[in-house]
Design a protein around this ligand. Structure first.
Ligand code: PMP
Length: 364
């Protein structure tokens, strides 16, 4: 069977390790494992979501609704925009990234990403023949190097990804800098706000003035639905309607739809989760700062990137030692823009953070 040439050039994507995988590999009990590797909500899903899913289980022999106006309305109200400015992805925000490739990329086009950043952009866009043009994130200041983006814009630039707060560094991008980039190009500028709730800052207001911005968001982080795979994009109605033309029709399952709709109504769960995680993040940052071997970066998200080079170990070595003791954190050694001395720790429950800190003391 003859495949496309590009397929040979794509390496399989390696997501964060799952609890099941680690339990099996290290002979541990699933319930003893602490997962601080994928930036999920440590408090679990909203109980109201669990109830709503149970009540809708008897309908799963039916195809999902293709008209999801209720959900679009709820997202519009959560985000302060209109329904026709919203597209919902049934494989999370990752599906929206894929739709960007389908809608905007011709082979040979370029997209700019300040590195390090979210690794899926490159993986999703490569199959469309797009080329990643790296810009830089100033890791010392934990700030975007805005000039490095402006310098890379050419007439081949189709997309520019600005992740704020940035995964994996946790730094925020100034609105002024986003505006500067929007004004310097007609390319579509994607502001990835997967973690905006933890920063309390959004760039949705820029939609009013700029036709070339798309805000990317997800239900996988504070909304506690990573396993249901729901994400959304917000942009002007023309871009949204073009993206709908190439979207898989039934990617949002019945249960994901009901889960997403229900959690947005559970304002108390959302508020409590945000407050808890911010408090827990500040605790974790304080504790990590006490280690002479570590330099944690100040974070506006629900994870902390840590420079571990003074420990005398590589991130792969530290991660392996933690895994054997049942703790999953993210080894960032394969992230473009970082070397082999960085780990990313998701903010867990206070007691999970404590266990991590005690275990780190043991292995250093
Ligand atoms: N953007 C960023 C910055 C992320 O960290 C993630 C999740 N890891 C996503 C997008 C995708 O989220 P999902 O597909 O789970 O909605």
């Amino acid at each position: 069977v003859k495949k496309r040439k590009i397929i040979e050039k794509i390496n399989p994507y390696v997501p964060g390790k799952s609890i099941e995988e680690i339990a099996k590999k290290y002979g541990l009990k699933k319930n003893d494992i602490i997962k601080l590797g994928s930036n999920e909500n440590p408090l679990g899903p909203s109980p109201k979501v669990i109830d709503a899913i149970k009540q809708n289980l008897h309908e799963i022999h039916r195809y999902p609704e293709s008209n999801i106006n209720d959900l679009k309305k709820a997202i519009a109200s959560y985000s302060g925009v209109s329904e026709n400015e919203i597209i919902v992805g049934g494989d999370g925000a990752d599906e929206i990234i894929d739709l960007l490739g389908k809608t905007f990329i011709e082979p040979g086009d370029e997209f700019i990403v300040p590195l390090p950043s979210y690794t899926y952009y490159e993986y999703a866009l490569k199959p469309y023949g797009a080329k990643l043009v790296p810009a830089s994130w100033d890791i010392k200041k934990n700030k975007l190097n805005v000039d490095s983006v402006l310098e890379k814009i050419t007439n081949k630039t189709k997309l520019i990804f600005l992740c704020s707060p940035n995964n994996p560094t946790g730094g925020l991008i100034d609105k002024k800098e986003i505006k500067k980039i929007l004004e310097s190009t007609s390319a579509l500028v994607i502001v990835d706000e997967a973690y905006f709730e933890f920063a309390g800052i959004s760039n949705v207001d820029l939609l009013e003035k700029y036709p070339n911005i798309l805000i990317l968001r997800t239900f996988s982080k504070v909304l506690g639905l990573a396993g249901m795979r729901v994400g959304y994009g917000i942009s002007n109605p023309e871009i949204i309607s073009d993206m709908h033309k190439v979207k898989p029709i039934f990617s949002l399952t019945r249960l994901s739809y009901i889960a997403a709709l229900t959690v947005l109504k559970d304002k108390k769960y959302i508020r409590n989760s945000i407050n808890y995680i911010i408090k827990s993040r500040e605790y974790l940052y304080k504790e990590l700062s006490k280690f002479k071997e570590f330099k944690p970066l100040k974070s506006h998200a629900n994870f902390i990137l840590v420079d571990i080079r003074d420990s005398g170990m590589t991130s792969t070595e530290i991660c392996e030692k933690l895994l054997k003791r049942g703790i999953i954190v993210r080894d960032c050694s394969s992230f473009r823009g970082l070397d082999e001395y960085w780990i990313r720790i998701t903010v867990g429950k206070i007691e999970e953070n404590k266990k991590l800190i005690d275990t780190l003391k043991e292995i250093l």
